[in-house]
Design a protein around this ligand. Sequence first.
Ligand code: AMP
Length: 425
Amino acid sequence: MASLLQPVQGMSDIAAPEVAHWQRMEAVARDVMERHGFTELRTPLMEYEDLFTRSIGDTTDVVQKEMYSFERSHHRLCLRPEGTAGVMRHAAGLGPIEAAGARWYYIGPMFRCERPQAGRKRQFHQCGVECMEEPSPLVDAEILALQVDLLRAWGVTDCEVHLNTRGAGTEHAAVAAGLRAALAAREGDLCEDCRRRIHENVLRVLDCKNEACRAIVSSLPPVTAFMGPESVAYLEAVEAHLRAMSIPYRRDPLLVRGLDYYEHTIWEIAGRRAGSQSALAGGGRYRITLANRAWPGVGFAIGMERVLQLLLESPDASALLPPRRPLLWLVGLGNAAQSANLVLLRTLRAAGLVCRMAPSGSMKSQMRAANKAGAAWTLLRGDDELASGTILLKNMTTGDQRPVPADDALPTLLLSETAPAPARP
Ligand code: AMP
């Protein structure tokens, strides 16, 4: 039986000090997104199961194997495995006129019941956008550039963009037929899954991690060979915009992305590190049918755990965090001093200082609590200090201490005395 002291397998608590990186990434993301004209959309973590089986495609791994689905009150529900379908449900609820041109971003947990391993969780976090402007190569390139800029703002400077196209929706059948014909002679050499995938959803063969399958797939013609000139021109227009913005990318003729709703531009971004979990993010143009209407958009999702893992591998990771105000600990000897400290605590906090106190205990135990919490400064007073209107300010690193006046000027004095070191340029 699983331990009640552990989170569910594949899921994690996020606590200090790591949580500071999450807070920074979220704050940076909000800033970057808002500057690009996106507003936040918070959709529920739970949706009707149908929303995903219809939009993602019922032959995809996510739908076939990975969804946390269950029945409650005669409804099939599931925890969201990705963010796009919920955002499109919201758009469809607003209607086409209201939703046209919308730009939304989201940050939050997604759930997939995959085999847990390094960089692969069952609850993980994605930061993503969906843009519902008129489909055009220019918007696709702008969204891809935003994703690269966000990764750079987080501190990921070394990543690779892999770009390809799924072609227009009307070409999907021709692409599938072309790939099936190209694979026919080698069908017997494919893994068991791929022998099934050829007939069920041949694009999945291109995604297979099996060595033998990869070797066969690498000799296939590019998917663009089965598309018309308009789709190829669309991709080339995206590439021209990327070059104009100096966004480095690589055309990857075998890239297909895992979900069925894509058409035209698709991409993945990989961090430069060894191992199979180097995929940081994906994105692309899609068309999702809801309420008998097609909802076109372009968007991306970044795996936040993967980005953080990459950042934390750098020895300079802590330099990414903004400087924090040091912790100040109030020590009071006797009830009168403790009560006066409680009042002072509120004044100091209102002035912007970070401070705490222990509710009771000897001086020794209060100092021990201050040390354990990592206090950089203590403010100590007993009856004598109360009588003289002073308080003892102690620097916990150097051990230096001196009495300072406990008057209205105290917050200002402490703000300058305890200011954190300026951020490194
Ligand atoms: P996808 O929606 O599958 O295109 O995923 C987009 C990004 O989310 C990937 O590039 C990964 O960075 C991240 N991701 C997907 N699945 C997981 C997972 N199980 N655990 C951690 N990150 C994931």
